[in-house]
Design a protein around this ligand. Structure first.
Ligand code: NAI
Length: 777
């Protein structure tokens, strides 16, 4: 009888790589050719096709169709046709479908994992244990939101038809992130997968047929950027949701400007991975593996910049090298492989070029001693040390398995280095000191902060960027907002916004008597030209011009300074100086300041009504002041109640979804309600902690809107004016990807608290940061 060691030595092992049989069978069944999925049926597939390749071998897997403009149009029309019935189906009906999708994904999970690894080159360990389970989780979670929509979001309705464009790094997961919330909220979609990785989306289309999803609810069109462009340009698409490069995000921002299309952008990153000297270095090393060698580093939130406290830098580098030496790169279908193949030769060349550039700029390169497979497109795990913060490799997204390492001395320096980037997608920080962690996390300009963990995702937590990493959130309650509008605002008809202000006829010339019975206008007035208000001081406009202020009959009743680009620059600078202090003020403090403002306005109500008389009759002027006081109360009330959430992400974490001020916000206040409109647009961000100091620049609104939209230090612009300038604001904002909120020339009844106050305004004034904190066992 053989001994146990003998059995082990002679035991026959099954083949280590995951079987490709079922996937090959499926590909063959389709003749390795795929058309488009439109209105619940497959098109033939045009002649203008392209091959999708296996990155681990360079060999073709199937031939796909390049969707034409006409085909994209057909898909949009199918989605439009299906949308009313899909919404009318109700939350429960939609929940049943999303649940069925989740179940079906689970039932075919291994198939999806193998197909994904073949098409994308990612290790099966990841597609099987991370991507596909998260896909199922996303559909389950959003089945729940569909079910709850009527109770949880009672005043919201779907946006309509959504165009969704996704990248190649997480093909099926990005599809789920896009499709699940859109469908849950009653929208229909046209999704364009990336040209390198369309196969799992095509298999998903089949799955939609299998579960009996109504035709047209999900449409899949394949092709390169041209198909994406057609989708973006289509006039009947209500919203574009995009994940991909900042460069294309910028093009899409410009292309959709002024179209009325809603937009969310999830773009690139250069996320810091901060290691404090008291952290557990062995955990840190595993963290780095997950941060930068997960999916070969082709991850938008990859921890690609290690910032390590000086004292432990050498020890960390030594441990890292040891770990890197033990990593395995190879066949993605081999279960024991840590890193698979790079998506395409173009990406491999980009990585090689950037690494070369890094060395030229003085970085020291370290790679393991073993070599990568010769067939297919592979790149070894790479560490660059002695990198200066301004070096190309410290600033540019490499999107490959390359990490740069820099040192810092103090937490303040760590924050400064971490934020020294145009991006703001994610950050990971490592320390055993919870006080330090929770002091540093709020200072990091990133949409997600992971404490002692990295690259963890869940459907219950929002994900998305600050700054040039884009805007909008995916996942979590906050992610739903991208796919709904307030009832009454849907479509260009905008019934709810079209309520024009009635009356407002000027009487003018009504003269109050001064105490001693002398008519004020009997004496020549002492000139009182309001100046600009910048940095807490009254200042004269830079250009030295004034603008007349006319009453409703066209008579001049005063003058204001004509601010210009330079005044805007000074105001932005002042706002930046004040911002950190105000953002630190507690919500209670902010509420107090607002109540104080209301108190003071009430004390001067008569004076303000008098000033407004001239634009309108005395009674409506009084009403405007009364409404304004009430509006200030509204935001004083909201200041300490518009809270974050604790997401129950199913790991050993809780995730804090913290509303954070956007930063410096430029607001171009509406013209038609001089006081109420101003207060209604300036106070919501103020209540949320965005810029403490209010700076006021008077002048020609369109000119100032342009100056704000093109200013790179402004983080967001609200513009309530013409359609034409709305479009320009959106277009100009592409420079630094600032958030914009425009009314596209629709008028808003500023007296109506349902249309001109409350959560819609608060939502636009904040961005959500998700902080993952270990909790429980
Ligand atoms: P990309 O941004 O060009 O592609 C993303 C998606 O947009 C694809 O579906 C593509 O077909 C589509 N697209 C391209 N041009 C378009 C246009 N003009 N209008 C509409 N859709 C368009 O990204 P690409 O070329 O695949 O990768 C380039 C670089 O982008 C990478 O090296 C990486 O740095 C970054 N990237 C970032 C991602 C992220 O998740 N943040 C994902 C993929 C790439």
């Amino acid at each position: 009888m053989a001994s146990v060691p003998e059995i082990f030595q002679t035991m026959a092992y099954g083949p280590a790589p995951e079987g490709v049989g079922p996937v090959n069978e499926w590909l063959e069944r389709h003749g390795r050719r795929f058309g488009l999925f439109i209105g619940g049926a497959w098109t033939e597939g045009g002649s203008d096709g392209f091959e999708t390749l296996n990155p681990a071998t360079g060999k073709p897997l199937a031939r796909l169709t390049q969707a034409t403009v006409a085909e994209v149009d057909r898909a949009v029309r199918a989605a439009r046709k299906a949308q009313p019935a899909w919404w009318a189906l109700g939350g429960h009906g939609r929940a049943r479908h999303l649940y069925a999708i989740a179940r079906q994904v689970q039932k075919h999970s291994r198939f999806f994992a193998v197909l994904e690894s073949l098409d994308n080159g990612k290790p099966i360990r990841e597609s099987r244990d991370i991507d596909v389970p998260l896909v199922a989780r996303h559909f389950y979670h959003h089945a729940g939101w569909a079910q709850l929509m009527e109770q949880a979001l009672p005043d919201r309705v779907p946006v309509g038809v959504i165009g969704q464009i996704i990248p190649w790094n997480f093909p099926l997961l990005m599809l789920a992130w896009k499709i699940a919330p859109a469908l849950a909220m009653g929208n229909t979609v046209v999704l364009k997968p990336a040209e390198f990785t369309s196969l799992t989306a095509l298999r998903f289309a089949g799955l939609c047929q299998e579960i009996g999803l109504p035709p047209g609810v999900v449409n899949i069109v394949t092709g390169d950027g041209r198909a994406g462009e057609a989708l973006v340009a289509h006039p009947d698409v209500d919203k574009i949701a995009f994940t991909g490069s900042t460069e294309v995000g910028r093009i899409i921002r410009a292309a959709t400007a002024g179209s009325g299309k809603r937009l969310s952008l999830e773009l690139g990153g250069k996320s810091p991975f901060i290691v404090f000297s008291d952290s557990d270095l062995d955990s840190v090393v595993e963290g780095v593996v997950d941060a930068i060698w997960f999916n070969q580093g082709q991850v938008c939130c990859a921890g690609s910049r290690i910032l390590v406290q000086e004292g432990v830098s050498d020890r960390l580098v030594a441990k890292l090298k040891q770990r890197m030496e033990a990593l395995r790169v190879g066949d993605p279908l081999d279960k024991a492989v840590d890193m698979g193949a790079i998506i395409a030769p173009v990406q491999l060349e980009k990585i090689q070029d950037l690494v070369r550039r890094g060395e030229e700029e003085g970085a020291k390169l370290w790679q393991p001693s073993w070599s990568c497979p010769r067939e297919g497109w592979f790149f070894p795990p790479t560490l660059l040390t002695e990198v200066s913060p301004a070096a190309t490799v410290a600033q540019v997204e490499i999107f490959g398995p390359v990490v740069v390492l820099m040192t810092f001395r103090t937490p303040g320096e760590a924050v400064e280095l971490a934020n020294n980037t145009r991006y703001g997608l994610a950050a990971s920080l490592w320390t055993e000191n919870i006080n330090l962690a929770l002091d540093v996390a709020p200072q990091l300009k990133a949409g997600t902060v992971w404490i002692n963990c990295t690259n963890v995702f869940d459907a219950a937590s929002g994900f998305g960027g600050y700054r040039e990493s884009g805007f909008g959130r995916e996942g979590g309650r906050e992610g739903l907002r991208e796919y709904v509008v307030w009832a009454g605002q849907r479509g260009s008809g905008a019934a709810g916004l079209a309520v024009r202000r009635k009356g407002g006829k000027a009487v003018g010339g009504k003269v109050r008597k001064a105490a001693k019975g002398v008519a004020i206008h009997a004496l020549p007035p002492i000139d009182r030209t309001p100046k600009l208000y910048i940095g807490g001081k009254q200042v004269r406009p830079d250009a030295g011009y004034s603008l007349p202020v006319l009453d409703a009959t066209g008579k001049q009743i005063g003058e204001v300074g004509q601010g210009n680009r330079k005044d805007i620059r000074n105001a932005v600078e002042a706002a930046h100086k004040a911002a950190p202090g105000w953002a630190r003020a507690t919500a209670h403090n902010r509420a107090q300041v607002l109540y104080y403002l209301a108190e003071n306005l009430a004390a001067r109500a008569e004076e303000f009504s008098h000033r407004l008389t001239g634009f309108q009759d005395a009674a409506s002027a009084e009403r405007e002041v009364a409404l304004t006081i009430e509006r200030i109360y509204t935001y004083a009330a909201w200041a300490d109640k518009y809270d974050g959430l604790v997401h129950h992400t199913p790991y050993r974490n809780v995730t804090l979804a913290m509303p954070e001020p956007i930063g410096v916000l430029g607001v171009v206040a509406p013209d038609d309600w001089p006081l109420l409109g101003f207060v209604s647009t300036v106070l919501p961000p103020f209540a949320m902690g965005t810029t403490g100091a209010i700076n006021i620049v008077t002048g020609l609104p369109d000119e100032l809107a342009r100056a704000l939209a093109s200013h790179d230090d402004v983080d967001g612009v609200w513009y309530f004016g013409s359609a034409e300038i709305s479009a320009e604001v959106e277009r100009l904002s592409a420079g630094n990807m600032k958030r914009t909120w425009v009314d596209l020339g629709r008028s808003r009844d500023w007296a109506d608290p349902c249309r001109a106050a409350g959560e819609e305004f608060l939502e636009q004034a904040i961005q959500v940061k998700n902080i993952w904190i270990p909790y429980g066992e």
